[in-house]
Design a protein around this ligand. Structure first.
Ligand code: SF4
Length: 380
């Protein structure tokens, strides 16, 4: 098999982030494929730049049988692996021809975790030292990796990630019975934090991913875990991936998770990271899920009339960030511009990037409740 046949298979399998790829071969088809090619993805860097990443697996051979995953050992399809030399050379060719600017390298668990991760590290070492690539590399840490492997990974990579998949041991048991939540996953994330405290902090930090809806977990369980990871382990980002059943797996008849649920989780994640919200403040339904009909910030505001109206000309940054329609950028602009002039009407709010029609019922402008003009009412 030539290199480009291999990358077709292993790039396709990486698109939804192994270890945890339950949507391989594009079966769900609900996400956009990159116009750049099936194994090259645009990605936003920690500093906001957008670059093209080669996203690929070292191998799709797996000894585990996670119930949601198309790479599970119970699945019958073509298994392939890269040698470190060939993957490094392929990356160099793509980088040299300016088709990619960075690498996202993951793998299924082909036998011993240590062996697979050693091959991943060898690949990255060749890319770094022989080919002198100084750009962005994201390395996936496989469950159960040793401390010394993780230590090497954080020295070589710009970002490392380890997918928890589920919010706690009980939920993980239901979908990935061979993985131990505390021993294989959480303890490794703590090591990454420990190394960061010792000065081995990767530029892009550590991230994780949850499969949403496969284990019957609630949004509250996911968000409670994510929020403690932000607080205790300095997690940079949590990613949420709506479960879609893969034919032939034990969960093939499990209902798919709606993308709106995934979207609400991302909105809430922003509230944690940029708006100062905590899990305890969120509004959940009786099953512990976020309401799907309205965004979580609006839901919170409608349930807390005692906070409003907020006077835009005197409110603190924290108060402004609680107003639906006002985000971190518009709050910063309000604080800066109101030193020069008072905010008198909704047009002043629109001018700083706020969604004035959404903010109107929650604010005072010039000491009064603002009147909605026809243009704002209809979003013109
Ligand atoms: S360990 Fe589980 S999630 Fe990862 S590739 Fe293997 S079966 Fe899939």
């Amino acid at each position: 098999m030539d290199l480009f046949e291999k990358i077709e298979i292993l790039g396709q399998a990486a698109q939804y982030d192994i270890c945890g790829s339950y949507l391989c071969q594009g079966k769900a088809g609900h996400r956009q494929k990159s116009p750049l090619g099936r194994w090259i993805y645009p990605a936003v860097m920690p500093d906001g730049r957008e670059i093209r990443l080669l996203k690929v697996l070292m191998s799709n051979v797996c000894e585990n049988d996670c119930l949601y995953c198309c790479n599970s050992c119970t699945q019958d399809f073509r298994r392939v692996s890269f040698q470190p030399e060939e993957l490094a050379r392929l990356f160099f060719q793509l980088w040299h021809s300016r088709r990619v600017q960075g690498l996202f390298l993951s793998s299924a668990v082909a036998g011993n975790t240590e062996t697979v991760m050693t091959r991943m590290l060898e690949t990255v070492e060749i890319i770094r030292w022989r080919y002198r690539f100084r750009g962005y590399i994201h390395l996936k840490i496989l469950p159960g990796a040793s401390f010394s492997i993780i230590e090497q990974a954080v020295r070589l990579a710009d970002r490392v990630s380890l997918n928890l998949e589920a919010p706690n041991p009980q939920r993980l048991q239901k979908i990935a019975p061979q993985k131990q939540f505390d021993h294989d996953l959480l303890s490794r994330m703590k090591w990454i934090r420990k190394l960061a405290d010792q000065g081995w902090r990767t530029r892009g930090g550590q991230t994780t991913q949850f499969v949403v809806g496969a284990a019957g977990e609630s949004d509250k369980e996911i968000l409670t875990t994510a929020s403690s990871l932000y607080r205790d382990l300095g997690l940079r980002r949590a990613y949420f991936s709506a479960f879609q059943p893969v034919p032939g797996t034990p969960l093939e008849n499990h209902p798919p998770t709606s993308l709106i649920r995934e979207h609400r989780l991302y909105q809430t994640d922003f509230l944690f990271r940029q708006y100062g919200f905590s899990v305890d403040e969120l509004i959940f339904d009786s099953q512990g899920n976020l309401p799907l009909k309205a965004d979580p910030k609006l839901t919170w505001a409608l349930n807390h009339p005692e906070w409003f109206p907020i006077d835009v000309n005197t409110a603190s940054k924290e108060q402004l960030l609680r107003v639906p329609g006002i985000g971190p950028k518009s709050a910063r602009r309000i604080l800066k511009l109101r030193r020069q002039h008072r905010f008198r009407d909704l047009k002043d709010l629109s001018a700083v990037g706020a969604i004035a029609s959404r903010s109107a019922q929650f604010v005072l402008l010039n000491g009064k409740r603002p009147q909605m003009s026809k243009q704002l009412q209809f979003g013109l």
